[in-house]
Design a protein around this ligand. Structure first.
Ligand SMILES: NC(=O)C1=CN([C@@H]2O[C@H](COP(=O)(O)OP(=O)(O)OC[C@H]3O[C@@H](n4cnc5c(N)ncnc54)[C@H](O)[C@@H]3O)[C@@H](O)[C@H]2O)C=CC1
Ligand SMILES: O=C(O)[C@@H]1CCC=N1
Length: 285
């Protein structure tokens, strides 16, 4: 059922449907999440959805009440102080970027097991973090909100202070959330932007297509179903066939037909440039 502006929820796991492969991928380690807003919560949902025991997910939020609410809804373990996370196997920093260095400074005093630290903060470099916590076993990544349903696209970079075992542990965790790609740190900004920010552009596009559908008399919920199925299929066709998008577009545009008229109208309205400009504007920041 399509809801307009309501929070989504991830369906709970049906254990009888879990395959052997999934069982093997299930993790039992203690995961600490520091900051559980939109991204932290999406990661928690993805991990639980993949079979992680929620009690083994320790969550520290800015306001303890938020962690308690997550305990109520997702069954995680809420903690009050960073010092409660001393024996974690892995840390995920998902606070606003402005709080990352302060959090790392505190973490440097409590990370008893020298556990790997994953930062999801956009724009906070290894140099900035290592200046605060020298030799920290860091992995930087930019996930996107579909990690909540294990269909995320996460780009990541690793610091030289991450051992092979620490790297494996961290990447195994990210792999539970969907597709992952390692990139050099100087490419993390652009890779993270096109995957991390663009879900919002896609959502605006879905909304706009739906508005057009409703303008032309189609039921709102039906339009969302048609649009999202169309997007899934189009993305899958491009991903699986690896055919150039220009050729896939040509396949849809029948000579003298409807689609080319729509494509021309998009070009008239600078559709391509609007998209390129959106990404460039983000990166200019
Ligand atoms: N939202 C997204 O799609 C993506 C977000 N990110 C990154 O994730 C991070 C968080 O972004 P959002 O979740 O969107 O923001 P948000 O504002 O929803 O979440 C931030 C959370 O940090 C918590 N927090 C504040 N002070 C804290 C403290 N002292 N200790 C622990 N938690 C504290 C806040 O209560 C809040 O829940 C940012 O660094 C952002 O760059 C990265 C990729 C995608
Ligand atoms: O808007 C932001 O800053 C974060 C980073 C990527 C997606 N959301």
């Amino acid at each position: 059922m399509w809801s307009s502006l309501k929070a989504y929820s991830v369906p709970s796991i049906s254990y009888d449907k879990i395959t052997e492969k999934e069982v093997n991928r299930r993790v039992i380690m203690k995961i600490s999440i520091i900051g559980a807003g939109k991204m932290g919560t999406a990661i928690i949902k993805g991990l639980i959805n993949n079979g992680q025991n929620p009690k083994q997910i320790l969550v520290k939020t800015g306001h303890y009440e938020n962690a308690l609410n997550l305990r109520q809804s997702l069954g995680i373990t809420a903690v009050q102080a960073l010092s409660d996370l001393a024996t974690s196997d892995i840390y995920i920093l998902a606070t606003p970027a402005t709080l990352i260095t302060k959090t790392l400074s505190e973490l440097s005093n409590i990370n008893q097991q020298n556990a790997p630290i994953i930062s999801v903060a956009a724009g906070v470099s290894f140099d900035e973090m290592l200046a605060i916590y020298p030799n920290a076993p860091l992995l930087r990544c930019i996930p996107n909100t579909p990690v909540a349903i294990n269909q995320g696209m996460t780009s990541f970079s690793t610091s030289s202070h991450l051992s092979d075992n620490q790297k494996t542990l961290a990447i195994n965790l990210l792999n539970q959330l969907g597709h992952t790609i390692e990139v050099p740190e100087d490419k993390l900004g652009i890779a993270g932007t096109i995957a991390g920010c663009s879900p919002a552009f896609i959502d605006v596009f879905i909304e706009a297509l739906s508005d057009a559908a409703v303008t032309n008399g189609l039921d709102r919920a039906l339009s969302y179903e048609i649009i999202t199925e169309m997007m899934k299929g189009s993305a899958a066709l491009a991903a699986e066939s690896k055919i150039h998008p220009g050729i896939l577009k040509d396949d849809v545009t029948s000579p003298g037909g409807d689609t080319i008229k729509g494509v021309v109208a998009l070009e008239k309205n600078n559709f391509r440039f609007a998209v390129i400009d959106a990404i460039n504007t983000i990166l200019q920041d």
